[in-house]
Structures are given as structure tokens and as C-alpha cells.
Design a protein around this ligand. Structure first.
Ligand code: PBG
Length: 339
């Protein structure tokens, strides 16, 4: 082959990649601060921010510090937070009683944040796992080999109403019980909370990547219930059609926003859901996805800033209208600075 070989090409896609300005002009997906929802962990008391070992840069915050963090998030343009309580293990029992306590930690946190930063949208999980001694998302049957669907839904309905009363804008059922979205919608409406929305964890997979989150809220399953797997309610990671069945059910039951979780390993599902519904689609870049990037960056094996950006861009490109991510504040801060 000679050195001056020439192809006779009409199409040369590289033309549009030649300069930074051309590349900017043809960029199809752009991240903005309003794309992000920040998950935050709240604890009782006055203790200093408590670092979560498997999630570098993420802390459990007392209510005062939580309010400060929410103000900071609002300042950089993050429109929403998802609040997760870490309970004192002594308060947990096998039916998750604290979930129905009007004065529960997360409800006090919601009231404090609403008061201090009223424009910020607040989400809370509707599921029993932070409250049960066994760490499951619902109540167990007598044989301890199943989560009782309908009894659990009965509790979740009450829990959602308490959250709405505290000022939550979007309740987020994350339990994967059958029929819970419709039941929660009815309960909210009956209690007069017709304006409280539902972001359904619609396609929530039984993922190993939730590990760091379970460290954060202390919901790793107790020894006595090891036999009972979350696989009995969360989706099998192998199943794509089943994810569409779940999202469609939540859609018709009245969910306002449909969520796919995890995000980065489930981009095909995000795309499927995007094409199956006209409603907004959310994706949750979960604790393990965050931990993976942080860990590799700490080892010097991956570039944190670039991987953070690329991981979120991919989720949005797949079809997510909004992303729950532990990178929310840093990303919004960088995007505002034009970087
Ligand atoms: C609770 C819940 C979980 C997450 C959010 N809500 C964990 C689980 O189902 O065990 C995981 C979030 C994350 O890993 O970042 N139902």
C-alpha cells in the first residue's frame, strides 16, 4: 500500500469531530443540574457527619447538617433530594413499627427540610427495610420464608400517608410488592393528598450492587432470615420482558414517574421503559455503581471526573429524564461552573 493512498469518500463522519466547537454543536445529550436527585442519609442526634466506608464522600447526617446540605444542593440547582433514615438497631422490630410512628426520624427530617428549603422537592422511600430487624422490605409470614404481600401493602399505604402529611412531594415505593402503587394512590387520595405524587421503583432488580447502601442504613439481612432472599420480590437481573410488565403495572396503577434501578448495568431496560411509557422515567445510579467508580479512582485506575460524567451521560442517553445519584452535588457544581 502506498503512503499517499486516497479513499474516494463522500461520507466522512470525522469532519464533525474535527474541532471542539463542531463537537459541541452536534452533541446529542447534555447533562444539567436539574437532571439530578441527591439521595441523603439521615441519623438521629447531634453527631458529626458520619462517613460511610464503602461510599467515599457520602455521610450520614444529623437533621441540622441535612438541612444545610439541602440548602447547598438547592443553591447549585439540584431540584430534589431522596431521604433515607438510618435507625438505631434498638428501634427495629420484625414488623417495622417505627415506619408508622408520626414522629419517626425521616418524618422530622422532611418537616425540617420543607421548612428551611420549601422549593426543594422531597422524596422518601415507602418500604420497611430500614425499620425491620430482618432487613426485608415487608413483614414476614409465620414460617419466615416469605414476605406477605398484602399485609405489607396495608402498612405501606399508612406509611405513604404519614409521609405526605409531613410534606413529602413524591413518595417512592421501593418494596416491589404487587399492587402497591394503586393501593398507595388510593390511600393518598382518600386522605386528601391528591397532589402528592408517586415515583415508583418500577423495575427494581435484585442487585448485588446495593451492598454499600445496606451498610449505610444497616439493612443487611439478619442471620435468621438468610434463607429468604430479596429475589422473592425484586426482579431477576436476567429478565427484560418482566421489567416491562412491572413498569406497565405501575404506570396504569397511577405512578407519576417510573424508575429503573440500578441504572448503569440496566441501560437496555431504561431504553425499553422510555419507549413503553409517555411518563417521565427516572434511573437510580445506586451505591455500588458509585462505589465502583470511587474505588477504581482511589486506586488510580480510572479517572474519577471523566468516569463520573460518562456514567451519568450514558444513563441520560439511554432515556432517563432524571437520575438519582450520589454524585448529584459535585456534578451540579461542576456543570454550573461550565465544566
Ligand atoms: C430499599 C432501598 C434500597 C435502595 C434504595 N431503597 C436497597 C434495597 O432494596 O436493599 C438501594 C439504593 C442504593 O444502593 O444506592 N428498599
Amino acid at each position: 500500500m502506498s503512503d499517499n493512498f486516497k479513499l474516494d469518500l463522500a461520507q466522512r463522519p470525522r469532519r464533525l469531530r474535527r474541532t471542539a466547537s463542531l463537537r459541541a454543536m452536534v452533541e446529542e445529550t447534555v447533562l444539567r443540574p436539574a437532571d439530578f436527585i441527591a439521595p441523603l442519609f439521615v441519623v438521629e442526634g447531634r453527631a458529626a457527619p458520619d462517613p460511610i466506608k464503602s461510599m467515599p464522600g457520602v455521610f450520614r447526617l444529623n437533621i441540622r447538617d441535612l438541612v444545610k446540605e439541602c440548602r447547598a444542593l438547592q443553591k447549585v440547582g439540584v431540584p430534589a433530594v431522596a431521604l433515607f433514615p438510618k435507625l438505631d438497631p434498638k428501634l427495629k422490630d420484625d414488623v417495622g413499627s417505627q415506619a408508622l410512628n408520626e414522629d419517626a426520624l425521616v418524618l422530622r427530617a422532611v418537616r425540617a427540610v420543607k421548612k428551611a428549603v420549601p422549593e426543594l422537592t422531597i422524596l422518601t422511600d415507602v418500604a420497611l427495610d430500614p425499620y425491620t430487624s430482618h432487613g426485608h422490605d415487608g413483614v414476614l409470614n409465620e414460617a419466615l420464608d416469605d414476605v406477605e404481600n398484602d399485609r405489607t401493602v396495608g402498612l405501606l399505604m399508612k406509611m405513604a400517608v404519614l409521609q405526605a402529611r409531613a410534606g413529602v412531594d413524591l413518595v417512592a415505593p421501593s418494596d416491589m410488592m404487587d399492587g402497591r402503587v394503586g393501593a398507595i394512590r388510593q390511600a393518598l387520595d382518600a386522605a386528601g393528598y391528591t397532589g402528592t405524587g408517586i415515583m415508583a421503583y418500577a423495575a427494581k432488580f435484585n442487585s448485588a450492587y446495593y451492598g454499600p447502601f445496606r451498610d449505610a442504613v444497616g439493612s443487611a439481612q439478619a442471620a435468621g432470615t438468610r434463607l429468604l432472599s430479596k429475589a422473592t420480590y425484586q426482579l431477576n437481573p436476567a429478565n427484560r420482558r418482566e421489567a416491562l410488565i412491572e413498569t406497565q403495572l405501575d404506570d396504569v396503577e397511577g405512578a407519576d414517574i417510573l424508575m429503573v434501578k440500578p441504572a448503569g448495568l440496566y441501560l437496555d431496560i431504561i431504553r425499553d421503559v422510555r419507549e413503553a411509557t409517555r411518563k417521565p422515567v427516572a434511573a437510580y445510579q445506586i451505591s455500588g455503581e458509585y462505589a465502583q467508580i470511587q474505588a477504581a479512582a482511589q486506586l488510580g485506575w480510572l479517572d474519577l471526573a471523566r468516569c463520573r460524567h460518562e456514567s451519568l451521560l450514558a444513563i441520560k442517553r439511554a432515556g432517563a429524564d432524571m437520575i438519582l445519584t450520589y454524585f448529584a452535588k459535585e456534578m451540579a457544581t461542576l456543570l454550573r461552573a461550565g465544566r
